[in-house]
Design a binder for this molecule. Sequence first.
Ligand SMILES: Cc1cc2nc3c(=O)[nH]c(=O)nc-3n(C[C@H](O)[C@H](O)[C@H](O)COP(=O)(O)O)c2cc1C
Length: 376
Amino acid sequence: MMYYRACCPGAKANSKRSGSPRRQAAGSARRRKQDLRAAVLYFGVFPWQTSYMSTTTIESSAPATAPNPDLSVNLKNLRMANPVMTASGTCGYADEYAGFADLSKLGAFVTKSISKLPRPGNESYRVVETRAGMLNAIGLANIGLERFLAEKIPILEKMGVPVIVNVPGWSLDDYGDVAETLDQQVPVVAGIELNVSCPNVKSGLSFGTDPVRLAELVAQVRRRVKRCTLIVKLSPNVTDIALTARAAVEAGADCLSLVNTFTAMVVDIEKGRPVLANGTGGLSGPAIKPIAVYMVHRVYSAVAKAHNIPLIGMGGIQTWQDAAEFILAGASAVAVGTALFIDPSIPQQIVEGLGGYLRRRGKGSLREIVGTLAME
Ligand SMILES: Cc1cc2nc3c(=O)[nH]c(=O)nc-3n(C[C@H](O)[C@H](O)[C@H](O)COP(=O)(O)O)c2cc1C
């Protein structure tokens, strides 16, 4: 508030105080409101900019009689009844989550990253909360492909929604071997999402930050994946995400998902060292949402629209309004990650909210609004 007072015309310092304590309190509450209004006018703050603080879903005022809009989405040959899926790594292999939310209501379930061999992941601490999100450095801990096929696939087969398996790798063969096995041997897997944020063991650089290396990886996996929808999950840790998006599409990706987490750090000032044992981690949650929306818009307008490539948008989605922003920016589907730690029923709320939004706007299907953001 001091900052607003210093720089907002009309937000004057309140130097004189008089009357009873109750009157003083009422007066200062009124002044705080006036200061805030002055700040809102001065900065041109859009009223929902504080929505990151709440997960409340505002009901739309659609007439109850309007027909249900078509929320279905096709990601190449992967058909989803609605556009909302889980984000990889935020609800395990599904069984961990089954007691908290009705997974059969999802458009699709995305598993955590499944590598060729099991991985213990990083030392603790691996997760830390930040002011508007969280930072994680799990290190892709998982049970490996063999146990995944034996123990988790039977559970996923019963879920009744399309399954997308997220695949990491540290060499071209790591990715290709896991992707080919899933494509050829596991019919319930409808999509393979390549997590290209992992460092290449040869160069130490992430596949997803170098368009040339990324194209080489996607082309190699493309040759080995015949049936499943091949999704490439883009890293946001680049100068222009359209360059890696184009490389992935030209090398044969069916669909792009974006964004993965942003490299970041939280410092323990008493110990004088990073909080996470890994030093750095990936930032997710509401803090990244506006950047993620921009990146979806950038990829849609520069690459995806012309190539007719569907996008899965994610990054800080908590409400149907957040999801609608991504869809208008160009996403055909959305994924919810960090918000699931607050309320596992958020995907279901988003599906209902989007239905109401479309009805209220007189739209018969979700497809009608994808990428319709007016930029002029
Ligand atoms: C705890 C945690 C674990 C994650 N693990 C993975 C993972 O295994 N593979 C992957 O591709 N992305 C992983 N992510 C990234 C998410 O899938 C998602 O891209 C990112 O968190 C942005 O979405 P959100 O803000 O809704 O969480 C993880 C994110 C979190 C918070």
